[in-house]
Design a protein around this ligand. Sequence first.
Ligand SMILES: Nc1ncnc2c1ncn2[C@@H]1O[C@H](COP(=O)(O)OP(=O)(O)OP(=O)(O)O)[C@@H](O)[C@H]1O
Ligand SMILES: [Mg+2]
Length: 460
Amino acid sequence: MFSFYNGFKGRVSDPFQKSLCGSRAEPLKNIIYIGGEMADNIEYAEEGQSQPDNSNGSWKLLVVDDEHEIHSVTRLALKDFTFLGKGLNIINAYNGSDAISLLEQNPDTALILLDVVMESDDSGLKVVKHIRDNIKNRMVRIIIRTGQPGVAPPKDVVLNYDIDDYKEKSELTSAKLFATIVSAIKSHETLVEQDRFNNQLKQMVAERTKELEAAKKAAEAASNNKTNFLNFVSHEMRTPLTSIIGFTALNKKKFDSIILPTISQPDKKVEKAISQLQSNLDITESEAERLLSLINNILDLAKIESGSVEWASDTVDMKDVFNSASAATSSLFNKKGLTLISSIDEGDFTLIGDKNRLIQVVINLFSNAIKFTDFGSITYSISKKDNKIRCEIKDTGSGIPENMLGKIFEQFAQVSGTSTDKPKGTGLGLPICKEIILHHKGQIWAESKIDAGSCFIFEI
Ligand SMILES: Nc1ncnc2c1ncn2[C@@H]1O[C@H](COP(=O)(O)OP(=O)(O)OP(=O)(O)O)[C@@H](O)[C@H]1O
Ligand SMILES: [Mg+2]
């Protein structure tokens, strides 16, 4: 059996209170007895004397004791209790099982004053175990208040049970009881605050995780769209573009070798049309080639970035790489009348890597140098620095403004007005070079001054 007390009101039905106080509460001889010992404090229990009904704004205190007298004196001792503007809402249980069910009904209980020896010698200790292990209420502060410390020695109890304090009934004067309860409420509040904070954190983490999952899904969907788009581009655009380039070249050839010789004395109109036709065919061819190169570069970069490139891992001699790249760009050098100078140190310049991809890097650096250099020469050098192979490609061209030096390795970053000719390119060559060099665990960067030429350096 248990009774629920809402403060200290006459209406509550505590059999002991009735027996103690009769129809009206007698002064308790100005003495509070807790655990049979006389306490210093002087308190009165008067009929009708009650604490405010502050169950909505009060600290819940569960008093568990099989001695009815203890309940009464506790209530009496705490009748004027207020802390942080809240009074006490005292709940009374007279045995272990009632204590547990009352706590389950009042999970926000701040504090339990718990007797040990009740229906059995260890009833109170079983209550502690049940609260912590089964109900998993870690917020409520538990203060053991026993009259028989010999049955449950403090050292054993404090070490083996998750309790906050151990008091002998005899030592708890009302002042000490007050202090004990205040400090327990404080620590309960700290725990509640921590719990609230933890829950807020958990909620924030859960929300963030949800957002990240949504973002990940969106990114995956975007990535799938990109892959699908790139596959589409690859199949549906590259093939017709190759045909356009092939047929334009064929048209040019047929026009020049078969049609043009048949027109012996063209009038002005025909002459104009012929030159327009030739110019249009040239534009068609070069624009189609530019478009094809853009598509190839986009596909290439996307493939590298998605990690779907199969990299070769062979022994590569950087001298061979430069030889292959200069052979591949020799017509460009000739076209512009630029000379290629090499400066190769003595030594071994082999590494493990993907030869074709490294040739691709040097071809792009050579073609950039050619593209942006109108007079002079292009010099490349191979040397060793700090156990790395250092390659430099230096030109005497237009140079790159300082504020663009870091940007040119980003996609589609092109310097406008670096040459008198409009730059022909897609702005993807250097980002591809960077990816290839990074794959080889190297670094690539540029040094340049406007009108004094540029130097591209990579170390691998
Ligand atoms: N040697 C150089 N001298 C001056 N500017 C250069 C040089 N190399 C690169 N740049 C600048 O960096 C930009 C980016 O070069 P990148 O190779 O990425 O693209 P691109 O050459 O314009 O096009 P493509 O994709 O065909 O290579 C160039 O457009 C140019 O403005
Ligand atoms: Mg380029």
